[in-house]
Write a protein that binds this ligand. Structure first.
Ligand code: BTN
Length: 269
């Protein structure tokens, strides 16, 4: 079924099935397709999340799409902000369509009531030093069927409908997100963009666990995001630290009023 996606100047390619919409956009970047392309899929056979995890996309109950972005010169100095841009756009769209408060879980998840309802995967294509484009992929659990019932979810997951009681159809959600991305992108390179991220930052002031790149869990107090997108935290001795990558979860003592998504499903591979 072809959904009545509105275009808003985007060129929307709606596929019944694909491997991964991010892969479709990466191929489109290689083929020099223009920035306006958005690929939406009812089902992804190889949907993926961060760190090689599986992302499950169920037709009707989840929204999965990727956008082709060609950052301008100023934006290229702030590439880490694009995942936050997607998260902020989803937060605005969720509030607008479902009337519920959502939060940004650094670096790129959206939470409602401390449960993940959306994940973002941004991948870049480089040619030497030159950036050819970004594939910005967004997956949202709209209704309960979209949340995999598996024991190995890496973060508590839920759906927009379960957390808000509102059924939002995919076309409306895509429409609202694209419109928000257009608006918010205009301030991507400004300090007010980071201020907005900090206002919506989940677990601010709370104790969180962060898995570092060596796989070790460390406990920190979460302070804020700084201008280059790093997470500023303080350790037990009160020493502040900047974290550029890692996996964040709430510690058992945390009482976050916020929440984060289809939590990616961990695979053994
Ligand atoms: C994560 O939480 O780890 C990120 C999940 C990103 C999933 C989206 S769904 C659309 C796009 N296509 C993919 O294969 N992944 C992203």
């Amino acid at each position: 079924m072809i959904l009545p996606f509105s275009t808003q100047g985007f060129s929307i390619r709606h596929l019944a099935e694909t491997g991964s919409t991010n892969d479709d956009i990466l191929s489109a970047i290689e083929a020099n397709e223009p920035e306006s392309l958005v690929v939406v899929a009812d089902r992804q056979l190889k949907g993926r999340g961060r760190q090689g995890r599986v992302w499950v996309t169920t037709p009707e109950s989840s929204l999965a799409f990727s956008m082709l972005i060609k950052p301008n010169q100023a934006e290229t100095s702030h590439l880490s902000r694009f995942s936050a841009l997607a998260g902020l756009a989803v937060i605005e769209a969720v509030e607008q369509l479902a009337g519920v408060k959502a939060w940004l879980k650094w670096p790129n998840d959206v939470l409602i009531n401390s449960k993940k309802i959306c994940g973002v995967l941004t991948e870049a294509v480089w040619e030497g030093e030159a950036l050819r484009g970004l594939a910005m992929g967004i997956g949202i659990n709209l209704s309960p069927d979209s949340v995999p019932e598996l024991p190995d979810l890496i973060y508590p997951a839920s759906s927009l409908e379960s957390e808000s009681g509102v059924k939002v159809v995919r076309a409306s959600m895509l429409d609202a997100i694209l419109s928000q991305i257009k608006n918010l992108r205009a301030e991507l390179t400004t300090d007010s963009f980071i201020e907005r991220c900090n206002r919506l930052l989940a677990f601010k002031g709370e104790t969180v666990l962060i898995r570092n790149n060596a796989g070790e869990m460390e406990s920190f107090r979460l302070l804020q995001i700084d201008l280059d997108g790093a997470l500023i935290v303080s350790d037990a001795a009160g020493v502040t630290k900047r974290i550029y990558s890692g996996e964040l979860s709430a510690s058992s003592s945390s009482t976050a009023s916020s929440s984060s998504p289809n939590s990616s499903v961990s695979t053994s591979s």
